[in-house]
Design a protein around this ligand. Structure first.
Ligand SMILES: [Zn+2]
Length: 442
């Protein structure tokens, strides 16, 4: 018999008589309101002025650009394209840096969130033989030495070191200061283009959604390889946080497409909060996310191995993509499963457009965790600023309701499909077969 006084499981989305929409994300506990009237405010995105770029500078607009390989730490790996064939090159020698064009590069973040010294001092992590061999080979070449020492000097200087202190450093210490570039736990995956092909104004930024479908698949695969490599190289890493900050309001230092991977020695609060729930309820992610999204008509797109929907209970308008793979760790998913995720994430970026600042945030099942969790990627539109109301109440105001987000994104997706700009074999909105919109734990 039902106990009338038992606490009821809150409903993720509640529509009040006045039109206010109250949302709660049952995975994270985040509480969000969409208040009528405020939702009609136009998207608060200031267009970048269409300034023409100087002739001959399109590949030298920032440190991530193709002519500026020496302005970033030495690269760990790159993806090159030869016609239809894509290859990963590791340990490219300094003299060969410009012999190929990197479609994607993996480099250490010069100013890491969690640095090499953190892992060394707190966990006794040592660079492995492969990283040291790469470092020594790089430094044995005069141009490589100049490059690596130059970058190490920039970091030394930023930490308050002076030129005379640098000059007095013994050789072995300077070499040691470059080890972080080859063995650290915070990497950046940089895409080739700053601007879209053929564009010659500074506003024509190449975003995730402007990549070709095939290109985006390699972007994702390369990121996944790097994630698996960080787990392998840093056994004390309990989680590798993967994200992409697009444009300055979303925290990007450069307007040049890149993702980041940061190894940490905890699961992070999100996974910690979900873990006991996922242990207790094997159907958690279907019940709280996918089934609910399907029932509320929030599904945006679906393909063989992934589902995308307009998210609910998020501080910012959020598009969510769930892998339906039984493998919750991206690198264990099959290539078709990885590509299916890529295709939907690409479509969501394309439908978002390059002008909206957004964070792409990944969640996956940590290697040391035996509880199945789906691999998910969220795109959060950073179109509003949190203010006093949020700080004082921990209730967030999201100006676009899940339903309004669905309508806007779905219309864009339909148009993109007509233009052939998203992957084929994606069902949109009402075309999605509801029975397939579930995640299977295997
Ligand atoms: Zn650039």
């Amino acid at each position: 018999m039902d106990d009338p006084y038992a606490p009821r499981r809150p409903v993720p989305i509640t529509l009040l008589p006045d039109g206010t929409i109250k949302q709660i994300n049952l995975l994270s506990g985040t509480q969000v309101w969409t208040v009528p009237g405020r939702g009609q405010r136009p998207l608060d995105v200031a267009p970048t002025p269409a300034k023409p770029i100087e002739p001959g500078t399109r590949d030298a607009l920032c440190a991530f650009c193709a002519e500026c390989y020496e302005q970033t730490p030495p690269e760990k790996a790159r993806v090159v394209r030869e016609g239809e064939h894509w290859r990963t090159l590791r340990g490219v020698s300094p003299s060969e840096l410009h012999a190929t064009t990197a479609e994607f590069r993996r480099i250490a973040n010069l100013f890491e969130i969690v640095g090499y010294d953190y892992w060394r001092a707190n966990h006794g992590v040592q660079a492995d033989a492969q990283a040291l061999a790469h470092r020594d080979a790089y430094l044995s070449c005069p141009s490589g030495r100049e490059h690596a020492f130059g970058i190490a000097w920039r970091r030394f200087q930023a930490a308050g070191g002076t030129q005379s202190e640098w000059d007095l450093l013994p050789e072995a210490e300077r070499v040691a200061l470059t080890t972080r570039f080859f063995a650290g736990g915070h990497d950046v995956i940089v895409a080739r283009r700053h601007l879209r092909d053929g564009a010659d104004t500074a506003d024509a930024l190449a975003s995730s959604g402007s990549l070709q479908v095939e290109e985006h698949r390699h972007y994702l695969r390369f990121t996944i390889e790097a994630m698996a490599d960080l787990y392998a190289k840093i056994p004390a890493a309990r989680y590798v946080v993967a994200f992409q900050n697009w444009l300055k309001p979303a925290g990007a230092s450069f307007d040049h497409l890149h993702k980041q991977l940061v190894a940490i020695d905890e699961f992070g609060r999100q996974i910690e909060a979900e873990l006991p729930k996922a242990q207790a309820d094997p159907d958690l992610y279907n019940a709280l996310a996918l089934d609910y999204a399907a029932r509320e008509g929030l599904v945006l797109a679906e393909n063989e191995h992934a589902v995308a929907f307009a998210g609910f209970g998020h501080r910012y308008p959020t598009l969510e993509v769930y892998s339906r793979s039984t493998h919750g760790r991206p690198w264990e998913a099959s290539l078709p499963e990885q590509d299916a995720m890529s295709d939907l994430v690409h479509a969501m970026h394309a439908a978002t457009g390059p002008a909206i600042p957004c964070n792409e945030e990944w969640q996956h099942q940590p290697p040391s965790c035996s509880t199945p969790m789906p691999w998910r990627i969220q795109l959060k539109w950073r179109i509003s600023t949190l203010a006093g109301f949020e700080g004082g109440s921990r209730i967030y105001l999201n100006t676009i309701s899940p339903g309004a987000l669905r309508d806007q994104v779905l219309a864009n997706l339909m148009q993109l499909r007509e233009q052939g700009r998203i992957a084929p074999k994606i069902a949109l909105g009402a075309e999605c077969p509801v029975a397939q919109l579930r995640y299977s734990r295997g």
